[in-house]
Design a protein around this ligand. Sequence first.
Ligand code: RIB
Length: 306
Amino acid sequence: MDIAVIGSNMVDLIAYINDMPKMGETLEAPDFKMGCGGKGANQAIAAAKLGSSVMMVSKVGEDIFAENTVKNFQHYGVDTQFVEQVAGVSSGVAPIFVDSSSQNRILIIKGANQYLKPADIDRASEALKTCKLIILQLEIPLESVYYAIDFANQHHIPVILNPAPASTELDISYACRCDFFMPNETELEILTGQPVQTMEQIQVAAKMLLDKGLKNLIVTLGEKGAVWLREDKVTHIEPYKVNAIDTSGAGDAFIGCFSHYYLATANIEQSLKMASLFAACSVTGQGTQSSYPDKATFEDFQQSFQ
Ligand code: RIB
């Protein structure tokens, strides 16, 4: 197996809006889309759509969403042996608001994702040991994230930690034991308490984390691309200009694609460029996973930039 994602799945309920309603106000929104999401699942599907073999360790609830989530993983070839149902709780759900400038605001109700515990990682350990990369986010309990990092270190498996949603409770010493730490700029701001409006400010905030011992810090910057920082080196990954209609899930697209190409090439900078292009492609479509291109579509998209 190439990649294991130990993480969340959610059902995305996306409202395309012109304005946010004020307190007590009812407003009509022009469009709605429901789809499979969740940061962990999105990253898994992005990598799988590009051809990586992916296994998922995740929890669904006991509701109408659970079966569809599992079927969706299977449809894209993701191994669901360790996607388990939790009795009596809801699946994770994410109401998302996308405005006319394509920007998103996301609420998450973690539901079953809160029940992914270290014992689940133990149960999947034989399969996990065969993986070349483990991807983690913060939509499951922190104790499980820490346990997964311990497991990966013990078995010399590289780890990507996407600290999303940002939590000031995150123990950075665990992040330092991951090979890649990949926040977006908002998460970097929350984690450091520093402003991140300009590239200079981003570098100051990033340095605060690097000084604590992070190996590779990759900050995704939306339409500004991404920046990769390590020791005293900074590499800016240029954005690709597209007509964006929905940016939700673009960060996950970036991480899933980076993982795929990093495993295939071991070339970090080249993989980041591919990830930037893949994320750019994803924002041209509605939804999260539904906007991720498969390999052939991605290759066509690439051609249009050459
Ligand atoms: O990063 C986007 C994702 O965040 C959405 O799919 C939503 O489910 C939340 O987890």
